[in-house]
Design a protein. Structure first.
Length: 95
């Protein structure tokens, strides 16, 4: 299960950056968190080009604890009602 939460305020101008906080885990017993930053170099009300960097960690009890860092580039399509469709490609490091 991966959850993604983005917080923003309403303004007339489109924001060019966002902070993200996500739950990163398979179940509640294999939990983790991700903190990230997104940048939108090109965007409209219906489309965003997204560059992002994220770091996080997870805990798998009695097995391992790891941290990770990844960089991604992708696009986000925004539909009426706030529904979004995204696709990304990225490179990361897991330790």
């Amino acid at each position: 299960m991966v959850s993604h939460v983005m917080v923003s305020a309403q303004t007339d101008q489109l924001s060019t950056k966002a902070l993200t906080l996500s739950y990163f885990g398979e179940t509640l017993s294999h939990s983790g968190l991700t903190l990230g930053m997104e940048h939108y170099p090109l965007q409209s009300k219906k489309h965003q080009l997204v560059w992002s960097v994220s770091m996080g960690a997870y805990l798998h009890q009695r097995n391992n604890t790891s941290w990770f860092l990844w960089f991604q580039v992708g696009q986000r399509l925004i539909f009426k009602g706030g529904f979004m469709l995204e696709n990304f490609v990225g490179l990361g490091y897991l330790r």
